[in-house]
Ligand binder design. Structure first.
Ligand code: AMP
Ligand code: MG
Length: 332
């Protein structure tokens, strides 16, 4: 492994891009201060330049190299990062002038976090520069939670993938912007639901979900209506009664627990059935497995994937967010 880490670091130093594990999903990393390297990330992903990247720092002390924290939110930022970093919380903050325009898509703000993954952290530290690293998939498709998934998405387009097994969280980081409020706890604008839940954030401020207008959200394209989508059409069925199968078509079910007596499982003689949290129904397990299961169903040669909703509490909010964005009904 040490050799692989050294190789990753050498490639990054030369302005190359490398797929690395993070605790959320696999990321496609470039030296954030090297615009030529960052441009390669956009090219490999077919990502439009209006979609800004998250910058990952090796230590909290490096925050000042990429962002300028305003005095009126400094205390909140300190509390959030001492609670959630290293970890899956991304903060949108005013950018430092050294951050290239390409990283922020020309925005006055930068999205920043510190990854908790030991391999990612080791490479980030050894490089001595922050890493710009979006998910290591083609733009709009399912995020990769394993090295095999990265190779399916980007094989032949990138020089190296570091395999450190499956990702611990399985969903992309929670993204918030912070607004100070006179005499009150700050307001957190939730740009993307993720592993750090609304309930966890509420200890530190009031959480308000940002609803970007469909089809035009250059500030947070992770929030585009159609995103994280399999190639097979996926339908999120809010109620079992909505299922109207067409004769002769092959349907697969993306179930929560996969239990035989579940209302969705009993609906049809499914060609293929995958459970997010087999038997037990735990949201944390469902979050970890969501993209893996979506990919499995996508590879099963089905005419359509039917997804069952999960309860929208805690991690269920982020899971339902990804299912809605994967669903064909959302496509514009
Ligand atoms: P990815 O890592 O592929 O999930 O993409 C990173 C996501 O972070 C983008 O799609 C945006 O949603 C979000 N993002 C990055 N920078 C900013 C920013 N300055 N303001 C708002 N959202 C941002
Ligand atoms: Mg992404």
């Amino acid at each position: 492994m040490q050799d692989a880490l050294r190789e990753a670091c050498a490639l990054l130093q030369q302005g190359e891009i490398v797929a690395l594990p993070t605790e959320t999903v696999y990321g496609l990393a470039a030296d954030a201060f090297n615009p030529t390297a960052v441009a390669k990330v956009f090219a490999a992903k077919d990502r439009p330049a209006f979609d800004p990247l998250i910058v990952h720092i090796a230590s909290r002390g490096d925050l000042k190299t990429v962002a300028v924290v305003p005095d009126d939110i400094a205390e909140t930022v300190t509390k959030l990062i001492s609670t959630f970093w290293p970890g899956p919380l991304t903060l949108i903050l005013p950018r430092h002038p050294d951050v290239p325009d390409l990283v922020t898509s020309g925005l006055p703000t930068v999205a920043v976090r510190q990854s908790a993954h030991p391999v990612f952290r080791a490479i980030n530290k050894a490089l001595g520069h922050p890493l710009a690293a979006p998910s290591a998939n083609r733009f709009g498709s399912i995020s990769p939670t394993s090295a095999a998934a990265v190779i399916k998405e980007l094989g032949g387009r990138i020089p190296l993938v570091i395999d450190a097994g499956a990702c611990r969280e399985g969903l992309e980081s929670t993204i918030i912007a912070i607004e100070p409020r006179e005499g009150k706890k700050p307001l957190f604008r939730l740009h993307r639901a993720g592993p750090i839940t609304k309930e966890q954030l509420q200890h530190f401020g009031k959480v308000e979900t940002v609803r970007e207008p469909v089809g035009q959200s250059p500030r947070a394209p992770g929030q585009l209506a159609s995103h994280y989508a399999p190639r097979t059409p996926l339908f999120l069925l809010e109620s079992p009664a909505d299922f109207q199968p067409e004769p002769g078509k092959r349907y697969g079910l993306l179930s929560y627990t996969g239990a035989d007596d579940g209302p969705y499982v009993a609906l049809h003689d499914w060609e293929c059935l995958e459970a997010l949290s087999p038997g037990s129904g735990k949201l944390a397990e469902a979050a970890i497995r969501l993209f893996f299961v979506m990919r499995r169903l996508d590879e099963a040669g089905l005419d359509a994937i039917i997804a069952e909703p999960v309860s929208e509490t805690g991690l269920g909010v982020a899971i339902m967010d990804r299912l809605r964005r994967a669903a064909v009904a959302n496509k514009t």
